[in-house]
Write a protein that binds this ligand. Sequence first.
Ligand code: GCO
Ligand code: MG
Length: 404
Amino acid sequence: MTETISAFDVLVTSPGRNYVIVKITSSSGLVGWGDATLNGRELAVASYLRDHIGPTLVGRNPGNIEDIWQYLYRGAYWRRGPVTMAAIGGIDLALWDLLGKTLEVPVYRLLGGAVRSRVLTYTHASGWSQAELEDAVDARRAEGFRAVRAQFGVPGLDMVYGITRDAEYEPASRGSRPAEETWDAGAYLRHAPEVLMGLREHVGPELHLLHDAHHRLNATQAARLAKELEPVDLFWLEDLIPAENQELLRRVREHSTTPLAIGEVFTTIWDCRTILSERLVDYIRTAVGHAGGISHLRKILHYAEVHQVDGGPHGPSDVSPLSMAASIHVGLSTHNFGIQELMGYPKLTTEVFQPGYTFTDGYLHPGEASGLGVHVDEEAAAAFPYERAYLPVARTRDGAITDW
Ligand code: GCO
Ligand code: MG
């Protein structure tokens, strides 16, 4: 008898930060898990899933993953957008997990098998001062990381994206409204080359260094920074300008050979068309959950492969361990994968998610468990109710809202 979807559920849980989890149960009693988290807008996705698309899935064959993807994407008429694509992504991940469990194979084998033995990863380090930054990078290197994203304070500013002075860095904060930062591109541009040059001298030539400008510059400022950072030999310079200004990256490319990465806020292949077809970046950063799941991320990466662009999927703590596992399965089985971001998770997260993937010597492996290989503890999830949280917003010195 053909297997059918017998139940569709959505869990919202907050073990240290908010996550939206999709649970799909099949008629044979197996369960597939997916991640539909959208940082700061979690409940919108939960409602999209619960109130709109979840009920349409019961009774379908869960193995028809591509048909379900097309049904949800084309059938909605209202296409793209982070809420829609995170919801579709959560379902897609759960269906791949379920298929792996049904066939008793890890997902990477369903995707064509391993093309490499392990997946290179990078993590975050930040310090307000040069010395604090160097200590933080050294600590990550001592943990085995071969690639580190370095963020630092800027003289004259109180808060800067990617840094917290006293606490563990976490981009979203709980509360009734977003924190507000002041941003000054001039101060940042005067400071950044010196810090990163000093850091390169400190770590030597081998460690991969990355830096994220978080969409805050205009094209002229971006070109200047990319050019000035050439001697640092960055692995990549990320999100220089607002991601939707794709054509403006041509300006940056004309002036610099610093490798560029963008795309963590993109949700479909159509959002990446210009940057991929003109090779305006070296790495495309779409996240497996936010960009419609494994099925769609693979399409984006195949399109990128045609243009010699590699993947570097988004992997901060708001990308749950379920998405992280999915991304590592894609990484092991996709030739132009590149690198996986692994920011790490709040300690409480492991009470809800017990991932089977492993980190060794700077590389990730998804493990050999069936499906995505992440155990979800539903009872633990229920013990951490949702808490409203927001990403910060930024204003320039005159008080106007700026890109963040
Ligand atoms: C990164 C990102 C994150 C995002 C965060 C938003 O490169 O990891 O820029 O830090 O800001 O994930 O939800
Ligand atoms: Mg980023």
